[in-house]
Ligand binder design. Structure first.
Ligand code: NDP
Length: 246
């Protein structure tokens, strides 16, 4: 699987799953755009990748501001002339039981997760449509399929991403642009490391493969979906959840 000469714009890629995805694409020869709200973290991650001899460039950006995203996309295009792959990975949680959930918690999660994905798709759509090729992959969640107590805002945002993916897949198909999503289950990250051991064991009871996923599990499916091998796949949401949502 080679991504030589491909430019991959990955949001929220300074750390966590996004960083793993960026590293995986860079190792396969892509130039990766490390983009995150935290400029310092972007530079740090970019430096790390470059130190491994990989091709990476830091373009910090807050996905909630369409104008800012368009500015970044124009800068990337000025420098590299094309964006071949967009990975919508930036995402947040603000969990609360619905009766206690404040409007601000709803708005924040919907704005980063769903509006942020809209903004990035909007900004890359024109250049991809013009180039008559492109791969858009958004990181949804099994929570967007199953729902979850205390995560009405997060579940709605991720279900929204799945609907957006299906619609854009239909709209962009005639221009050879594949639009897919992945729905990770419980992935071992800094966030899930903080769960109590008994909570982890409780979660694993619902995972047929009896283990948490890894960021590499997610990165591997993103590589596949962005590759030529997945040219006939569009509008899909691939679950990466150890069988949790069969
Ligand atoms: P992290 O919090 O580790 O990483 C998310 C990154 O997105 C952070 O670097 C964060 O920056 C950045 N970010 C937040 N807000 C914005 C914004 N407005 N603009 C640009 N960047 C922003 O999360 P994970 O790596 O765990 O998750 C990555 C994606 O995977 C998310 O979409 C998440 O919903 C999804 N996911 C994760 C699962 C898991 O088990 N971890 C399971 C299923 C889905 P900062 O930290 O500086 O705020």
């Amino acid at each position: 699987m080679s991504f030589e000469d491909k430019v991959a714009f990955i949001t929220g890629s300074a750390r966590g799953i996004g960083k793993e995805i960026a590293t995986a694409f860079a190792k396969e020869g892509a130039t990766v755009i490390i983009s995150d709200i935290n400029a310092e973290a972007c530079q740090e991650t970019t430096k790390e990748l470059k130190a491994q001899g990989l091709s990476a460039e830091s373009f910090p950006c807050d996905v909630t501001r369409l104008e800012g995203v368009e500015e970044i996309v124009n800068k990337i295009l000025d420098k590299y002339k094309h964006i071949d792959i967009l990975i919508n990975n930036a995402g947040i949680t603000k969990d609360n039981l619905f009766l206690r959930m404040r409007e601000a918690e709803w708005d924040a999660v919907l704005t980063v997760n769903l509006k942020g994905t809209f903004n990035c798709c909007k900004a890359v759509a024109k250049p991809m449509l013009k180039a008559r090729k492109g791969k858009i992959i958004s990181i949804a969640s099994v929570i967007g399929i199953l729902g979850n107590i205390g995560q009405a805002n997060y579940a709605a945002s991720k279900a929204g991403i799945i609907g957006l993916t299906k619609s854009l897949a239909r709209e962009f198909a005639s221009r050879n642009i594949n639009v897919n999503a992945v729905a990770p289950g419980y992935i071992k990250t800094e966030m899930t490391d903080q769960l109590k051991e008994e909570t982890k064991q409780e979660i694993l009871k619902n995972v047929p493969l009896s283990r948490m996923g890894t960021p590499a599990d997610v990165a591997g499916v993103c590589l596949f979906l962005a590759s030529k091998d997945a040219d006939y796949i569009t509008g899909q949401t691939i679950k990466i959840d150890g069988g949790m949502a069969i």
